[in-house]
Design a protein around this ligand. Structure first.
Ligand code: COA
Length: 302
């Protein structure tokens, strides 16, 4: 569809495969599948969940929230359900909210999902973006605990001055879809300044990661596994290098899924746990950045 090559995509991004929903599959279907697997793994029932937070910029509908649709599909009858709009940092932002709610004693069991149907907002004539993005969902359940495991430190930051580096110009309330004559419809899709995003991403993720490590009284060498947002292999390697974390500790599944935005960190974390890469007691550093710009890091003991 565009002037590109497997060689260019592989060497510049590290991506080999991406998965795209078919026309009958929705973001809520993917969220449901991920959420059910998290319930099964943690031994919880749908009625145990008190809050559902979903990081997404691609809800099934503008209204209601994706979280309310998923609440209904999953039968989370005792939950409050809310979307978190923080682009690729959506899962970590949801995790930071879950952490705060639990610490405040407001909820005891919270499901956090990161889920995106990016194929619905990707312009497949724009080679700057269409080779990068895929669809997917990942889920976690966060519970109150007295042990020394869990979230040791978490930090989220944004800088709205960079709002046009990665954005969707039209379709919001200041230029509603039915009222504007958008440029061939493609201003309803993601537009990105890749080079600028790249530069900020490395600096921001390294800064946030240094903060959470210092806050948890840890050093880079204490990290057993780093689970970064899977956007570009060069971004992941540069960030790890800046932090002094060796490449072999960085979990990579980007080649299999591309950039799935808010879904990328929970999908990677899940694969790292199920494959045995993350073991009980390991110190795991997660980090992500995305359109806003918004970014953050979390350090957990698994
Ligand atoms: N296939 C072939 N050529 C492509 C291409 C593609 N898919 N996309 C861009 N190019 C071209 C450009 O047009 C440019 O050509 P020119 O030199 O003739 O102008 C050349 O490749 C280099 O482009 P550049 O933008 O400098 O490439 P890059 O090395 O910065 O890689 C990205 C581009 C998008 C892969 C990279 O900048 C990136 O990953 N940025 C971060 C994006 C990101 O993570 N976004 C999501 C945030 S959550």
């Amino acid at each position: 569809m565009v002037d590109t090559s497997d060689e260019w995509i592989t060497t510049r991004t590290g991506i080999k495969e991406r998965w795209i929903c078919d026309e009958n599959e929705s973001n809520s279907d993917m969220s449901l599948a991920a959420g059910l697997r998290a319930l099964e793994m943690s031994g919880n029932k749908p009625e145990d969940i008190e809050l559902l937070l979903i990081g997404t910029v691609t809800p099934d509908k503008r209204l209601p929230s994706l979280a309310c649709v998923v609440q209904d599909k999953m039968g989370l009858v005792n939950a409050t359900a809310v979307d978190v709009v923080a682009a690729c940092a959506g899962f970590l932002t949801g995790l930071s909210m879950a952490n705060a709610y639990i610490k405040a004693g407001l909820f005891k069991k919270i499901m956090v999902i990161g889920a995106e149907k990016l194929s619905s907002i990707t312009d497949y004539t724009d080679r700057n973006t269409c080779v990068l993005f895929g669809d997917g969902a990942g889920a976690a359940i966060v519970e109150a605990s007295d042990g020394d495991d869990g979230i040791l430190s978490i930090y989220i930051k944004s800088d709205g001055r960079h709002k046009k580096l990665l954005w969707i110009p039209d379709g919001g309330s200041d230029s509603p879809a039915h009222k504007i004559n958008s440029l061939n419809g493609h201003h309803f899709d993601i537009i990105m300044n890749g080079k600028e995003v790249f530069k900020h991403a490395v600096r921001m993720m390294a800064d946030a990661s240094n903060r959470v490590l210092a806050d948890a009284n840890l050093k880079a060498e204490d990290v057993n596994v780093m689970v970064p947002h899977q956007a570009n292999i060069r971004i992941m390697k540069s960030t790890a290098k800046r932090l002094g974390i060796p490449e072999e500790k960085v979990f990579v599944n980007l080649h299999k899924y591309g950039n799935t935005s808010a879904a990328s960190v929970p999908i990677a974390f899940d694969e790292a746990v199920r494959s045995g890469k993350i073991k009980k007691g390991d110190i795991v550093l997660m980090t992500a950045f995305g359109g806003g710009l918004i970014w953050g890091s979390a350090v957990v003991r698994w």
